[in-house]
Design a protein around this ligand. Structure first.
Ligand SMILES: *Cc1c(COP(=O)(O)O)cnc(C)c1O
Length: 277
C-alpha cells in the first residue's frame, strides 16, 4: 500500500498542451496533443497514444466476441485506472471510455469525487474493509468484491436512499486457493441468498481473480467453471447475469469463456510502476 502511494507521487499533475495540425489527415480542427509528464519530465502518456491503445483493446474485444459468436454489446470494457493520475482517466474519457475501475478505497473515492463528467459508471474491484464501506456505498455504482455478508450488510445500510441500488458481484475463489480472497464455490449460493434480503443492493453476478502463472488450459478451465456456476445460479437468481473475469494478459480468453466485463489496466494506461523511486 505504501508502495502504491509513493508510486503515485511520481506523477505531477501537469499537462502540456501542444496544438498540432495533422495536415496529412486534412482534419478541419487542429488536434490538441496533451502530454502527461512525470517529475523527471519524462512523458508518461499522450492523449493520442492512449486513444490508440484503447482502440486496440476495443478491437481485440470485438474480435474475440465475434470469434466466439457473441454479440459485442454483451462485453463491457472496464478501464482499471488504479495508481494512474486523473489526467489519464480524462484522456480515456475523451477517447470514449465510460466505465472505470479502482482498487484502493481512498484513491477510488478521491478520483470519483473529483471527476467532472456525468454518465460514467464506477466499479470498485479491490478488497473492501469495514471502515471503507461507507465511502464506496456513497460514491460507487458497482462493487465486484463482496465476499462476506457483513460487508454486504454495511454497504446496504450505508447506500444513500436517493441512489439506485448498488450493483454487487460475489468474488469467487474459483481456484480454491487458500491464499486468495473470495468465497469458495460451494459457499456462493448461501451468500447469494443472503444478498436477496438487502434491498439497497442488487446481486448482479460473479467475479474472480485467477492465480498468476496458470497455464492457458488451467485458466480456461477456471473461467469456464465460473461461467458454469453463474449459469446454475441464474436459475434461482435471475439478476445474476454478469461475469467479471479477464485482465490485460487474458481478457480475450475470458471473453471466449463468457466474460461480460473485462478489467483491463496496463494494456490501456501503460505498466504500473512496481518499484519505488
Ligand atoms: C489491477 C487489476 C486489474 C487490471 O490488471 P492489468 O493486468 O493491468 O490489466 C484487474 N482486476 C483487478 C482485480 C486488479 O486488481
Amino acid at each position: 500500500m505504501s508502495m502504491q502511494n509513493s508510486d503515485q507521487g511520481a506523477y505531477i499533475r501537469r499537462i502540456v498542451d501542444t496544438e498540432i495540425n495533422l495536415v496529412s489527415f486534412s482534419l478541419a480542427q487542429p488536434v490538441i496533443m496533451q502530454t502527461i509528464v512525470n517529475k523527471k519530465n519524462e512523458i508518461i502518456m499522450t492523449n493520442l497514444l492512449l486513444s490508440s491503445r484503447l482502440k486496440a483493446v476495443n478491437e481485440r474485444i470485438i474480435a474475440s466476441a465475434g470469434a466466439s459468436g457473441r454479440p459485442i454489446h454483451e462485453v463491457r470494457l472496464l478501464a482499471v485506472s488504479k495508481t494512474k493520475p486523473l489526467e489519464q482517466l480524462e484522456q480515456a474519457y475523451q477517447a470514449g471510455q465510460r466505465h472505470f475501475a479502482e482498487n484502493y478505497a481512498q484513491e477510488a473515492v478521491e478520483k470519483r469525487t473529483s471527476w467532472p463528467h456525468s454518465g460514467c459508471e464506477w466499479h470498485f474491484i479491490g478488497p473492501l474493509q469495514s471502515n471503507k464501506t461507507r465511502a464506496i456505498a456513497e460514491h460507487y455504482d458497482w462493487v465486484h468484491t463482496v465476499d462476506r455478508f457483513k460487508i454486504a450488510k454495511r454497504l446496504n445500510d450505508q447506500r444513500p436512499s436517493k441512489r439506485a441500488p448498488l450493483k454487487v458481484l460475489i468474488q469467487v475463489n474459483i481456484s480454491n486457493d487458500p491464499a486468495k480472497s473470495g468465497v469458495l464455490t460451494e459457499e456462493v449460493y448461501a451468500l447469494a441468498k443472503q444478498l436477496l434480503t438487502l434491498p439497497a443492493l442488487e446481486f448482479k453476478g460473479l467475479m474472480t481473480i485467477t492465480a498468476a502463472n496458470l497455464s492457458k488450459d488451467d485458466l480456461k478451465a477456471q473461467f469456464l467453471q465460473l461461467k458454469s456456476l453463474r449459469d446454475t445460479l441464474i436459475q434461482d437468481f435471475s439478476s445474476c447475469t454478469e461475469l467479471s473475469m479477464g485482465m490485460s494478459a487474458d481478457f480475450e480468453l475470458a471473453i471466449e469463456c463468457g466474460a461480460t466485463m473485462v478489467r483491463v489496466g496496463s494494456e490501456i494506461f501503460g505498466a504500473r510502476p512496481t518499484t519505488t523511486e
